[in-house]
Design a protein around this ligand. Structure first.
Ligand code: PA5
Length: 453
């Protein structure tokens, strides 16, 4: 069970500050649950852990079983909310070295990602390394028109059709998109691909517990029943309106009090490398939900103790605008005991008999105290172990906190208007029909810039 530990915040936050902001928190929570706030048409994720399409859930399991039978590799093609949630869960719970084992000895297909950037080199290397593998693909895009995955899919689809023929490709390509609209929906229907749905009332970065996340996660051999059960338990728990009993509300409140005190960047800290993509998912969730109208806490991440040897100096003694939220995994899935050395040349015999997990925990506590002493407020979020159930809890905890926090900041936590600007410039520069005027204006600016240099 998740538990928020605020004991490191004594120097930064007092009861009065919490009491003063509680009424605003209560009204933000009501706005969310009564669905009266900006973007409320995208709050379907709130009840998703209990209110999901059972028939589709069964189809997801069937598709995953089929991919397990006929594929060594499953390519997930999507960007932003259409891949980060799945990647977060898969990388947290899977063997990071599975690709080193021969395909035949792996229990589940390897999950590889494409369409999350525009690198031709990446995609070309990915495809050329698949010559000995049996491949299936999941193209995921709610809008169906996002450039990065659309380009990658055009290339991957052609590769699949060359390799398996039209009928064979049809057996191996799955599309997850809007129920009725969009280019991907039309393409998938036209080609006869099996489709899964991104519900109308759920936006990309809140969609991990829909087919968007569930199909890749199930293909990776992770229990989607447990994942949903963890999220369902969190959903139930965080309906409690008593602040002392509701860590999701408390987390939203604390980070906003700290923001008002000048802590404008929040670092999500993890001590397990497998959680790196959880941090990426979290950054998108909070970055796109809160960063608008000149507001929002900047979401950053760090992987300790690795980054203590790169970012640690800055965090300890640099400019003071940083706060930390540390995910503490109490029990490691696997661990190693440090053995005694006869000559003790490395001086580590004082650690004999301790596990690496214990050392990691002491690093966590030591760092938390050091950072607090250096003026960095630290909250700890305890997770008992990394399991599908716990990942479900974590995902729901942060989705809910993010929505409440967005309303506390008086923004619409469910849109992302700012993302359009780069797209429209890119379309104009690439000569997309309809962007002729923008193209001329941009070329003028770029030309002037070149001349200025
Ligand atoms: O949260 C969001 O809505 C976005 O980040 C999208 O997930 C991302 O832009 C991908 O969009 P789509 O699924 O339409 O391709």
């Amino acid at each position: 069970m998740l538990r928020l530990d605020l004991s490191y915040l004594q120097d930064f936050i007092d009861e009065e500050a919490i009491d003063a902001m509680e009424p605003l928190l209560a009204s933000s929570r009501l706005t969310l649950y009564n669905r009266t706030g900006a973007g409320s048409e995208y709050t379907g994720w709130l009840d998703l852990p209990v209110n999901y399409d059972r028939e589709e859930f069964a189809r997801i399991k069937q598709a995953a079983a089929k991919v397990k039978e006929n594929s060594d590799v499953f390519i997930v093609c999507g960007i932003g909310g259409s891949y980060l949630g799945a990647r977060a869960v898969i990388e947290a719970l899977s063997d990071p070295f599975a690709s080193l084992r021969p395909a035949g000895s792996r229990e589940y297909p390897l999950i590889l990602f494409a369409g999350h950037q525009l690198s031709g080199s990446y995609l070309s290397r990915l495809l050329s390394s698949l010559s000995d593998c049996r491949v299936s693909v999941n193209m995921i895009s709610k809008s169906g028109t996002t450039t990065e995955p659309a380009i990658a899919f055009r290339i991957i689809e052609e590769w699949m059709r060359q390799r398996y023929g039209l009928d064979g490709a049809r057996e191996r390509i799955f599309a997850t998109t809007d129920k009725n609209r969009g280019a991907l929906k039309e393409l998938a229907d036209n080609r006869g691909y099996q489709t899964f749905i991104v519900p109308d009332d759920i936006g990309g970065r809140y969609s991990v517990l829909s087919a968007v996340g569930l199909l890749p996660i199930a293909v990776a051999g992770i229990s989607i029943d447990d994942l949903m059960a963890g999220a369902a338990q969190a959903r139930e728990r965080y309906t409690d309106i008593r602040l002392g009993e509701n860590d999701s509300d408390m987390y939203a409140l604390i980070r906003n009090i700290l923001q008002k005190r000048g802590f404008t960047t929040e670092i999500l800290v993890t001590y397990e490398p497998g959680l790196q993509y959880f941090s990426e998912w979290w950054k998108q969730l909070f970055g796109e939900s809160e960063g608008k109208d000149g507001r929002g806490i900047y979401p950053a991440s760090a992987n300790f103790t690795t980054d203590l040897h790169s970012l640690g100096q800055y965090i300890q003694q640099g400019r003071r605008f940083l706060m930390e939220t540390v995910i503490q995994v109490e029990t490691a899935k696997e661990d190693l005991i440090i053995q005694e050395s006869e000559d003790n040349l490395d001086g580590l015999n004082y650690l004999t008999g301790k596990s690496m997990g214990e050392v990691n925990q002491m690093a966590l506590y030591g760092t938390a105290v050091a950072h607090v002493d250096g003026g960095v407020p630290v909250q700890l979020l305890h997770v008992s172990e990394l399991s599908a159930f716990a990942m479900g809890e974590l995902l729901y905890f942060f989705e809910r906190s993010c929505a409440v926090s967005g309303y506390l900041n008086a923004v619409n936590p469910f849109n992302q208007p700012g993302v359009e600007q780069y797209k429209s410039n890119m379309y104009a520069l690439l000569g997309k029909p309809g962007y002729e005027k923008e193209r001329v204006a941009l070329q003028e600016r770029l030309y002037r810039k070149d001349n200025d240099q």
